[in-house]
Design a protein. Structure first.
Ligand code: C2E
Ligand code: CA
Ligand code: CA
Ligand code: CA
Length: 277
C-alpha cells in the first residue's frame, strides 16, 4: 500500500511539473502571439426568441499556435491572468471587436458584438476611456457593444463593478451579467446594478429537458430578471427541446450549438446575411 501511495505521489508530482512547464511555455509564446497576429476572435450568434433573427454575436478569443494548433481560451486565459498578460489580451480583444464592427458596417451589416471582460479589466482605471477611444477611432456607436461580466467577477469586487457598470451604461453600451446562477449575488445587489441583460449559465440550460428542478430555477430566474427590467439570454442551448422550453418560459434571447457554434468573422458575415430576411 505504501509503495502504491508513493508511486501515485510521484506521478502526481511529475504531472504537476509537466503542468508548470506547460504554463511557462504557454506564457512565453503568448507574449509574442499578439504581435505575430496569432489571435483571432470567433463570433457566436445570439438569436431573438420571438423573431428567430440574429441580434448580435459574442466575441470569443482563439489562438492559432504555430505548433499546438487552435488553442481554446480555457487553456490560455488562466495563464494570461497568472502572468500579467490579461491586460494586453483584453485591450486587443476590445480593439479588434471595434475594428470588426466597422468592417461589418462598411459591408452594410449592422452587427452587435458582446465582449467578455476580465476582473483585471474591470479594475483598470482607464477602461472606459480606452473603450471610448476604440469606439471613436473606428467611428462606431458604443451602443453596438455589450460587455459581459461574470456573476462571480461582479461579486469579487462589488465597488469596482458598480463603478464600471455605471460608466459603461453611461457610454451607451449594454452591460450583461454572465454565467448567472453560478455565483451568489443577492437580490439587493442585483437590483442596484445598472445591468440590462442577464445570461443564464449553461449548467442550468443543460439540465432543462431532464430536470424539473432546473426548469423551476430557470423559470424563477427569468421572472425575477424581467421584474427587474433585464433581458434574459440563455447560453449553451443544444437541443430543440431546450429551445422550446426556454421560449415557453419567455426567455428573450438564445445562444448555443443548436443555432451555431462560434465561427470566424468571415463565416458569420455569410451566416448573418442568409439569416437576414
Ligand atoms: P463564456 O463567456 O461563458 O462563453 C461561452 C462558452 O461556451 C464558449 O466557450 C462557447 O464556445 C461555449 N458554448 C457556446 N455554446 C455552447 C453549447 O451549446 N454547448 C457547449 N458545450 N458550449 C457552448 P469558449 O469559446 O471556449 O470560451 C470559454 C470562456 O473563455 C468563456 O466563457 C469566457 O469566460 C472566456 N473567454 C473567451 N473569450 C474571451 C475574451 O475575449 N476575454 C475574456 N476575458 N474571456 C474570454
Ligand atoms: Ca460570455
Ligand atoms: Ca457565459
Ligand atoms: Ca458559462
Amino acid at each position: 500500500a505504501k509503495r502504491a501511495g508513493g508511486s501515485t505521489y510521484a506521478f502526481f508530482e511529475s504531472s504537476m511539473e509537466q503542468d508548470a512547464r506547460n504554463q511557462l511555455e504557454i506564457q512565453h509564446d503568448l507574449r509574442s502571439a499578439i504581435e505575430r497576429s496569432e489571435l483571432e476572435l470567433y463570433y457566436q450568434p445570439k438569436i431573438d426568441g420571438k423573431s428567430g433573427q440574429i441580434t448580435g454575436a459574442e466575441a470569443l478569443i482563439r489562438w492559432h499556435h504555430p505548433k499546438r494548433g487552435l488553442v481554446m481560451p480555457g487553456i490560455f486565459i488562466p495563464v494570461a491572468e497568472r502572468f500579467g498578460l490579461i491586460g494586453a489580451l483584453g485591450n486587443w480583444v476590445l480593439e479588434e471587436s471595434c475594428r470588426q464592427l466597422r468592417e461589418w458596417l462598411d459591408q452594410g451589416l449592422r452587427m452587435r458584438v458582446a465582449v467578455n471582460l476580465s476582473v483585471h479589466q474591470l479594475r483598470q482605471e482607464d477602461l472606459v476611456q480606452r473603450i471610448r477611444r476604440s469606439v471613436e477611432s473606428h467611428r462606431i456607436d458604443a451602443s453596438l457593444l455589450t460587455f459581459e461580466i461574470t456573476e462571480s467577477v461582479a461579486m469579487e469586487d462589488t465597488q469596482a463593478t458598480m463603478k464600471a457598470f455605471a460608466q459603461l451604461a453611461h457610454l451607451g453600451s449594454t452591460v450583461s451579467i454572465d454565467d448567472f446562477g453560478t455565483g451568489y449575488s443577492s437580490l439587493a445587489y442585483l437590483r442596484k446594478l445598472p445591468a440590462r441583460q442577464l445570461k443564464i449559465d449553461r449548467s442550468f440550460v443543460m439540465d432543462l429537458d431532464t430536470s424539473t428542478d432546473a426548469l423551476a430555477v430557470v423559470d424563477a430566474v427569468i421572472k425575477l430578471a424581467h421584474a427587474l427590467g433585464l433581458r434574459v439570454v440563455a447560453e449553451g442551448v443544444e437541443t430543440a427541446r431546450q429551445r422550446d422550453i426556454l421560449l415557453s418560459l419567455n426567455c428573450d434571447e438564445l445562444q448555443g450549438y443548436f443555432f451555431a457554434k462560434p465561427m470566424s468573422a468571415a463565416k458569420l458575415t455569410l451566416w448573418a446575411m442568409v439569416d437576414d430576411k
